[in-house]
Design a protein. Structure first.
Length: 444
């Protein structure tokens, strides 16, 4: 039988020691956890913002990935505390497995670099994924040595948990706690991002109730919830939906994202990917500003990071309900394709309006190929006395989950938008055939 409950990190949870993070939580730190926190890869995360360009719209959203990592680590301890009472969990997950999970929760973001998510969405071969960077960091250096020496765990085990490469029974269970419908990462960032952005949307689900309902699914291979956590899970689905709609995919945030992507695209041949992936926010802005100087990317970079905010404006929006043909034609296409579509649209609109619209500054922004995780999780319904529990999918029990998490999420929240400088936007907005011209530019 596993002794996960005896891990020193779980025993330290109720102690007064640790570090404090918003909104007033104490993160318990054993000596071996603190040793990881003091390594350069984790300290670097203090200079990498959690939400990047979102702060251009929500000025308070300047929290960093170190704070988030500590929040995820704290939740990981709470997940283990709850599941350590589950017999099936204890039969599969050893204390070493659980310790590797705690490390993974703390270090899961060490591969992140400044503004990496929007740049990864471009799918450029020369820009590596942050998961690869994480594997490199854990394989060598002070952090990997601390994991091996103080925790007696191979860093590759931790990396495989984070990246999902491990497939043994314990890894499948723990992987679902790291990345799944209800996981330590998502549960922290929804509430924390909402707090710092100054909006209520990501905090209106009962985290304590959800934690107390955690269990393993019918097969014993993944995370599930008991029926008492159903309402809390529904509220978490709604929280995620609204946070994407009002924060992560806010139209002005997407305008800034489109500008950053276009600037990187224009100067991509002058960028050193290895240097880029080692940058914190300040270093990234300095590096990109230098590389963009004297190019068409310079005004874009200045508009994002210069002394005066000058963001592109939204000329048109197309979602899957009102404009299904446009959404279907553009969602999931490569960034190279989208630059071609943008250039074609600029040419077509210029002819249509009798006024030149620059192909370098007209941007068609479309949802990337990678979709959000569907909220598919089992619910253990309370059985009558002496009966076996009933297992049902949450989406079958909840119209909220069925609608928001599966049918509408990517299609309605992640819209196709056309952005341009303010002067051009005014003319584009007056173009009655813009939707048809966009379809023509898309090759439809």
């Amino acid at each position: 039988m596993s002794r996960v409950a005896e891990l020193p990190e779980l025993a330290a949870f109720d102690d007064a020691g640790g570090v404090r993070i918003p909104p007033g939580d104490t993160v318990p730190l054993t000596p071996r956890a603190r040793a990881l926190l003091d390594t350069p890869p984790l300290r670097r995360l203090a200079g990498v913002s959690q939400l990047g360009l979102v702060s251009l719209v929500y000025p308070g959203a300047v929290h960093n990935r170190l704070e988030h990592s500590l929040g995820v680590y704290r939740l990981a301890i709470e997940f283990l505390q709850r599941l350590s009472h589950d017999q099936r969990f204890n039969e599969v997950v050893t204390p070493a497995d659980a310790a590797a999970f705690l490390i993974a929760a703390l270090v899961h973001d060490v591969g992140h670099w400044a503004y990496c998510h929007p740049l990864e969405d471009m799918g450029l071969a020369e820009i590596p994924r942050h998961e690869h960077r994480l594997e490199e960091i854990l394989a060598t250096g002070e952090l990997g040595e601390a994991i091996r020496g103080l925790w007696a765990i191979e860093p590759s085990r931790v990396a495989d948990l984070v990246t999902g490469k491990a497939h043994d029974p314990a890894a499948r269970i723990l992987g679902s706690l790291l990345s799944g419908p209800i996981d330590v990462d998502k549960m922290d960032y929804l509430a924390r991002d909402s707090l710092h952005a100054g909006v209520p949307y990501g905090r209106h689900f009962d985290q304590d109730r959800l934690l107390s309902s955690l269990c393993l699914d019918e097969a014993g291979t993944s995370l599930a919830i008991t029926d008492k956590g159903r309402t809390a899970a529904e509220l978490m689905v709604f929280a995620r939906y609204v946070m994407f709609s009002e924060v992560y995919w806010h139209h002005t945030v997407r305008a800034a994202t489109a500008m950053l992507q276009r600037a990187v695209w224009l100067v991509r041949s002058a960028l050193d990917p290895v240097h880029l992936t080692r940058c914190d926010d300040r270093e990234f802005v300095e590096y990109l500003t230098t590389r963009a100087a004297g190019t068409a990317a310079a005004p874009l970079v200045a508009g994002l990071f210069g002394p005066t905010r000058q963001l592109f404006k939204r000329a048109a929006t197309f979602d899957a309900v009102r404009s299904p043909a446009v959404h279907r034609a553009l969602a999931g296409r490569s960034y190279l394709d989208m630059t071609t579509v943008s250039a074609r649209l600029a040419e077509l609109v210029s002819r249509h309006l009798g006024r030149r619209i620059s192909a370098e500054t007209l941007i068609v922004d479309a949802p990337p190929a990678e979709r959000e995780v569907e909220f598919r999780i089992q619910v253990r319904e309370r059985p009558p006395a002496q009966a076996q529990p009933n297992w049902r999918w949450l989406e079958d029990l909840s119209p909220v989950v069925r609608s928001l998490a599966r049918e509408q999420f990517d299609s309605l929240v992640k819209r196709v938008r056309v952005f341009a400088p303010a002067d051009d936007t005014a003319h584009l907005a007056c173009c009655p055939d813009l939707e048809n011209l966009l379809l023509e530019a898309a090759g439809e």
